[in-house]
Write a protein that binds this ligand. Structure first.
Ligand code: AMP
Length: 485
């Protein structure tokens, strides 16, 4: 059979089209040709040691490491799916997500379990999986097996990955992504006006793989032959600056918050700009004009801003002229329209295909075909590229004996994009103690979920149908009628 829209084709390209491109991680470099062999070896291990086969799911809890990269290819080669778990969501949601769908195996990177900020969360979720009897394998437990019979050829329509939508309520909803989706998406991303990656590029993949496979970069890079550099656990600005310099990175992808931090670090230390960086890819949240200018002045690079969502496999538009203003033109295979102010999209790898998908974003499309985001209809808060579910904070706040009513809204923040603030009505005869409420929330949520500010009011504004009027709250408490676009 000839080339098909399956991940095997990417392996073929690694071996025969770009064998000398590199996969770089933790100070080691491997040629694409050898990386393809390692992937195939891992597929044999998964099959012979763990009996992974068609229809199975392998969940992975790891940072962007070489092992995680290999798993993204190896399990789908067997017709199995990979489910990369996000250790930054609260432990109960993480555990719930990990069971959708039920995994045959969970591969865990010890560095996640030991991590300062997400370790406790990850350990709690792993404990729950263990209690349910799911085999937990440390990454280092995946030693190579002796290759057995030839690997099967997965079908184009077979599931390669499971993604989670954030949803308005934050309730976990997972859905399958096929080999065909991944290949079409990689082709779309590899086009010139999209990521524009070339074989001469060296790409730093900072977006965690649990976010839509790190915006699909492992596949766009292996398709186009661009060398891929994986950062591992250390995502501090100083380490990123060091990687940009030492690995002679030409393109790097991360949410705007990361670029804010990296630029600040370089401006403070007076370090020289990275020697080879030509472009920063950023999206997932609005990039401010301030960050665009800093990337240009401090890093000496251009900015390609992008709009996208999990449901579109991320990065669906690209804007290089005015990324602080517009989010740009749609990448190949994604079509868009604005209906009553709401952005709808469709395409072969967009959720709900062939129907139009309602994004929940308010936007305009101008006569030049450029998308401009205005507002989000959802009430989720996006902080540093991660979601904070206001409804869950509100429920927990209301469970405290001193709180009668609670609203949590986003306040624009130059570094994090948005930060939560809480507006509370006290229970009759009670006083609200901020320290108590913080401790009450900290028992359930990661530290970055905790509101920056707690404001006490007599009553909360309501819409005519009695719903909390968050627009009115934003007007009063954040100085704007809407979340920042
Ligand atoms: P997610 O579900 O995590 O993939 O987030 C998707 C949502 O993030 C979109 O529906 C938008 O509300 C927001 N978003 C993504 N990219 C941008 C951008 N470039 N500018 C503003 N908001 C964005």
């Amino acid at each position: 059979m000839g080339a098909r829209l399956t991940l095997d084709h990417l392996l073929w390209r690694m071996r025969y089209a770009h064998p000398d491109s590199e996969l770089v991680a933790a100070g080691t470099a491997q040629r694409f040709a050898e990386a393809a062999d390692s992937i195939e070896n891992l597929a044999h291990t998964l099959r012979s040691r763990w009996e992974i086969g068609g229809g199975d799911t392998v969940a992975v809890l790891a940072f962007n490491t070489i092992e995680h990269f290999r798993l993204l290819f190896a399990a789908p080669l067997l017709g199995a799916a990979v489910h990369s778990l996000n250790p930054r969501v609260p432990a109960d949601s993480l555990a719930a997500q990990a069971f959708r769908p039920y995994p045959r195996l969970v591969v865990v990177d010890e560095t996640v379990l030991e991590h300062r900020s997400v370790g406790a969360n990850a350990r709690a979720a792993v404990a729950e999986l263990e209690r349910a009897g799911v085999p937990i394998v440390p990454v280092r437990g995946l030693e190579p097996a002796v290759p057995g019979a030839e690997l099967p050829e997965p079908a184009e329509e077979s599931t390669a990955f499971w993604f989670h939508t954030s949803g308005t309520t934050g309730a976990p909803r997972s859905y399958p992504v096929s080999h065909r989706d991944v290949l079409l998406h990689a082709l779309s991303q590899a086009s010139a006006e999209a990521s524009g990656l070339r074989a001469a590029d060296r790409v730093l993949a900072l977006v965690p793989f649990c976010h839509v496979n790190g915006w699909g970069l492992p596949f766009t890079a292996t398709l186009s032959g661009a060398s891929l550099v994986l950062p591992g656990a250390d995502l501090t600005a100083s380490n990123i600056a060091e990687r940009l310099r030492r690995d002679r990175i030409t393109v790097a992808a991360a949410v705007p918050t990361v670029w804010f931090e990296v630029c600040r670090r370089l401006a403070e230390t007076g370090e020289a700009p990275p020697p080879a960086l030509r472009e920063v890819l950023t999206g997932g949240a609005a990039v401010s004009q301030q960050v665009v200018e800093q990337v240009r002045d401090v890093l000496g690079a251009g900015v390609a801003g992008a709009w996208g969502m999990t449901e579109t496999m991320a990065m669906s538009t690209y804007e290089r002229e005015q990324p602080g203003v517009h989010t740009g033109r749609f990448a190949p295979l994604v079509e868009a329209r604005v209906t009553a102010g709401r952005l709808e999209v469709r395409g072969p790898f967009v959720l709900g295909d062939p129907d139009w998908f309602d994004t929940g974003d308010a936007a305009t499309l101008d006569a030049q075909g450029r998308l401009t985001l205005l507002d989000r209809h959802k009430d989720l808060i996006k902080s540093g590229g991660e979601w904070i579910v206001s409804a869950r904070l509100e429920q927990r706040l209301c469970a405290h004996p001193t709180v009668a009513e609670a609203a949590v809204i986003a306040r624009p923040d130059p570094k994090w994009t948005e930060r939560p603030i809480a507006i509370l009505v006290p229970e009759r005869g009670h006083r609200i103690e901020v320290a108590q409420l913080r401790a009450h929330l900290a028992a359930c949520f990661p530290a970055f979920w905790l509101p920056e500010e707690f404001t006490v009011v007599d009553r909360l504004p309501r819409t005519p149908v009695g719903k909390l009027d968050k627009r009115a709250l934003r007007r009063t408490h954040t100085g704007g009628g809407s979340a920042p676009a």
